[in-house]
Design a protein around this ligand. Structure first.
Ligand code: CS2
Length: 477
């Protein structure tokens, strides 16, 4: 089978949608940090549609933050890749041409810095995951005890953290004329724009304070809410997608039909015609991101942990399991939805119904293990605010107990930025109630952040007993 490449496009099956603009004349206008599957199925697709509708030099320079895997997949394909959106009623395939260039940060730091500094780039977007913001316990400032951050603070000309790379690029941008720049965080953090701004400001204050007054004047950090379920690619899926495409695509991304991007109306300079691609630009983003994090993502994490404990592999398997689905629906209706403030004209029940359909999509094979990753970062964003607002959300506490049980009492591998600490707690000799305190502290659930901490702790201890003695289904009943 030939490989996907600008020269092999005649080998594509007829129904595949191609870039509808002259790709060879497009120059880059966006730099994206974190060239994973999510970006390629989300912001890159919106930008592709915007260029097809209204043109513009909005090619994307995509940066791989750690490994060169995606560069190896895309570069031999002239940076083309396909996106397949699929549900039970069929699939659609399109080839995306929006990626103009791919850089690998650890090997090409100078080029990344140069791109951040380039006046041709007027937007930087980020999907670097929650943990890469290295937020301290206050949720605003930089965690200076993080080894990557402290190494960058000591040697700011050779950064490896996201904040360090951006800071060095911004310093250079100012030296090169100081063109305005919009930086858009697309990670699942509430007030993600404000968080990005505050960690950068914090870092710059220590290493390049001369940049700060320009920073305040010429940069914009709109918050944004991104939504599309993008499971990690598997070998089998890649093969299926390549067969449907008619060409081998090593960079293939597979996803659901739904996609949404809402951005706060706060830009420092020009932007692609994203509006024509369906992006909503709004004055107040907070209600939308809160609903998404505290309903979609919160439910997703619950599905992942109860699913893993029940021995199920994927989200749709959990949704097809009558007992577990009943628990999930109850969690949404009784604990998560009542704690939300909903904007006028927003139909929360419709949103919930759509989520249940999306989670049940049998084509995605979205693994519980993928969502379970980085729980200590995610739960803080997704569950803690609801715990703080509700007096005693019974089902959410069961979900939290499931996470604690998964950490403390199973041998399911833990992939988490606090993995070492959590693994030590798993095997630790201390009594379980003490280890539970430490596990909860990893989520910043401590007496200072949760009024009814001791009641919550007691309830989780009881739930842990049931999980240990009778299993997850018994607890959720
Ligand atoms: C998921 C999200 O892996 C996870 O933690 O909850 O990636 C989720 O699929 C997206 O936020 C959906 O927009």
């Amino acid at each position: 089978m030939n490989r996907l490449h600008p020269d092999t496009l005649e080998g594509l099956h007829a129904a595949v949608q191609l870039p509808a603009y002259d790709r060879s004349s497009v120059r880059p206008g966006i730099l994206h940090l974190g060239l994973g599957a999510f970006h390629r199925a989300h912001q890159a697709v919106f930008t592709e549609q915007a260029m097809a509708a209204s043109g513009g030099d909005w090619g994307i320079i995509g940066v791989c933050m750690r490994s060169d895997r995606v560069a190896q997949q895309l570069k031999p394909q002239g940076n083309l890749y396909s996106v397949m959106s699929e549900a039970a009623d069929g699939y659609a395939l399109r080839v995306i041409g929006a990626i103009s260039d791919v850089l690998v940060a650890p090997q090409e730091l100078d080029r990344v810095v140069e791109a951040i500094a380039s006046p041709a780039i007027s937007i930087v977007t980020l999907t670097v995951t929650e943990k890469a913001y290295c937020l301290a316990a206050d949720g605003k400032s930089l965690d200076r005890s993080d080894p990557v951050v402290s190494a960058d603070l000591a040697e700011p000309s050779q950064p490896s953290s996201t904040v360090g790379m951006l800071a060095l690029g911004l310093k250079r941008r100012l030296e090169d004329g100081g063109a305005p720049l919009t930086l858009i965080s697309c990670d699942n953090l509430s007030a993600n724009g404000a968080k990005l701004e505050s960690i950068l400001q914090d870092y710059l204050q220590s290493v390049f304070p001369e940049v700060l007054s320009w920073f305040k004047k010429s940069l914009a950090f709109p918050s944004s809410m991104v939504d599309r379920i993008v499971p990690a690619m598997t070998g089998e899926k890649k093969q299926q997608q390549s067969d449907r495409l008619g060409l081998l695509d090593e960079g293939a991304v597979s996803t659901e039909p739904f996609m949404q991007w809402i951005i706060e109306d706060n830009f420092a300079a020009d932007r692609p015609d994203w509006d024509s691609a369906g992006v909503l630009v709004v004055a107040d983003i907070l209600p939308y991101e809160t609903i998404k994090l505290r309903l979609l993502n919160a439910t997703h994490s619950a599905i992942a942990y109860v699913g893993l404990l029940a021995g199920l592999e994927t989200v749709d398997q959990v949704m097809a399991d009558i007992g577990l689905r009943k628990f999930i629906e109850g969690l949404m209706a009784e604990d998560l939805m009542p704690a939300l403030e909903v904007p006028a004209n927003f139909e929360l029940e419709d949103y919930r119904d759509a989520l249940l359909v999306r989670f049940s999509n049998p084509c995605l094979g979205h693994r519980c293990q993928q969502i379970a990753m980085d729980g200590s970062e995610k739960i803080r964003q997704r569950w803690l605010p609801t715990l703080q607002d509700n007096s005693h959300p019974e089902k959410l506490l069961k979900a939290l107990s499931a996470w604690c049980h998964f950490i403390l009492c199973t041998d399911i591998p833990i992939e988490d930025p606090r993995g070492r600490q959590l693994r030590e707690l798993r095997t630790g000799a201390e009594a379980i109630d003490k280890r539970l305190d430490a596990v909860l502290a990893c989520l910043r659930i401590v007496p200072d952040t949760l009024a009814d901490y001791f009641g919550v702790h007691k309830q989780i201890m009881q739930n842990l007993d049931i999980l240990e003695e009778q299993g997850v289904r018994q607890l959720l009943n």
